[in-house]
Design a binder for this molecule. Sequence first.
Ligand code: FAD
Ligand code: DLZ
Length: 515
Amino acid sequence: MAALRLILGDQLSRGVSALSGLDRDADIILMAEVMSEASYVRHHQQKIAFLFSAMRHFAADLEKEGIRVRYVRLDDSGNSGSLYGEVERALAECDGLDELIVTECGEYRLAEEMAGWADRLGRPVEIREDDRFVCSLTEFEKWASGRKTLRMEYFYREMRKKTGLLMDGDDPEGGEWNYDTENRKKLPKGYRPPTRKAVRHDDVTKEVLDLVADRFGDHFGTLDGFSYGVTRDQALRQMDDFIEVSLPKFGDYQDAMATREDFLNHSLLSAYLNAGLLLPMEICEAAEEAYKEGHVPLNAAEGFIRQVIGWREFIRGVYWLKMPAYKETNALKADRPLPDFYWTGETDMHCVAEVVRSTRDNAYAHHIQRLMVTGNFALLAGIAPEAINEWYLIVYADAYEWVQLPNTHGMAIFADGGVVGSKPYAASGAYINRMSDYCSSCRFKVTKKTGDDACPFNYLYWDFLMRNEKSLRGNHRMGMMFKNLDRKSEEESEELKSQAKAFLDGLPSGTKGLY
Ligand code: FAD
Ligand code: DLZ
């Protein structure tokens, strides 16, 4: 039987299951740039440019191998605008194709749609497992079954044993599973983060950048300085460069933040991993190798590997285990609209302005910026889950719902009531001050709790605890927080509440024309 094999924009791996068993003489690969995928949220311009260019390069590489590819560009005449429409059109226009083969996709909305394709097409549709992950969904379900709570740390240990990464027989390398306590260092004064290898862009990418500017120029973000690699070779070079230059201090400065230093020692590999240009095991093996050669310390290698085979796999497992109900939860009954500064960056809170700037410029912010600045603000302010989830899905080049949602909905804003994390990551300005240089050039004073020049994170933090006392006081991991709250006089508590209310009520939101 000849097959049409659909490859999605985030399935750019030569070994993706939809390509296995390919009959080069009979089968046709379909790849399509379609408006439905490019606009179901108003993706950052760089995310669209990265994916379209990577898709075009991937298709060209397949063609070089002699594989027949039907590649539909966004502006091709006849483009139906949707993946289903392109599948239907390909089946109608190419003779002799009996079935459709596709690898399962990364978002529930599309998976649901695809489940109905066989009926709509009146042909067999084979949806294959996405085996580019370390843990299959069935394996995760088995691990989760019967557990009262799902905790990443225990899952991670299983993944270490399964992969053998950083294992010394049955024991973890160095005697501990986790070296996180060594990974919370502030940047030393005058620290100069590694510089990144520049990527040279070819005509394919230049053409895509023009297309995106023309068709999506009103989406959030800028294309200036677009620096993503768009081929597997370029992604591999970024990986090698990271291992060589940035990984040695990755652990030490993993939680640090600094003005105008957007990347520090982070890998910047998530967009490549999530699109399929790199695979999780190969980057972990490279990190382990660097440790074995004595090039990087254990806290760096372990910290990095934990993010990939621990957090990334755990998050994916939670998404597919809990959807679709997961997205509808709102444990803290948050309902505030998204403040305009998430789009404009116009706020006197220097930390927030910096994170939004990096997000706009790079379609990137590192984990602590996402979690403890924009995420923490959304948690403390009680931003409605659907509004903040949509923002995170739009603004990052690595964002697909399977990975964005549990990170935002669960880890950052605790809307899932504790599925991903055991307590909300609520923090006052003191945390941001400890881990960054942001506060020293901020109009607000991080040491002040109330008053016009007090850091908003301070009164919002106390207001958050008071507002959510009923839901959170029983959480044993929050005992100390509530003990500190109990020390406040009624007068002080009222002042904190009223300052938080005045600040939040005064935030412009929903301004017309902002995305
Ligand atoms: P590094 O710090 O170098 O980490 C190495 C790799 O580990 C990353 O490339 C990534 O693949 C993986 N990783 C690390 N932490 C996580 C995590 N919590 N979940 C999944 N993978 C992880 N990551 C995404 O890939 N897509 C998203 O849409 C996304 N949205 C997020 C939203 C919020 C609110 C938060 C708090 C985190 C989010 N993350 C997301 C996780 C994490 O912030 C990014 O993976 C990371 O910042 C990517 O940068 P990096 O490649 O330099 O990562
Ligand atoms: C994100 C994205 C964008 C912007 N455009 C396309 C596209 O035109 N064609 C395509 O096949 N995939 C695209 N993608 C990736 C899909 O949205 C992604 O495959 C699903 O969200 C499932 O993860």
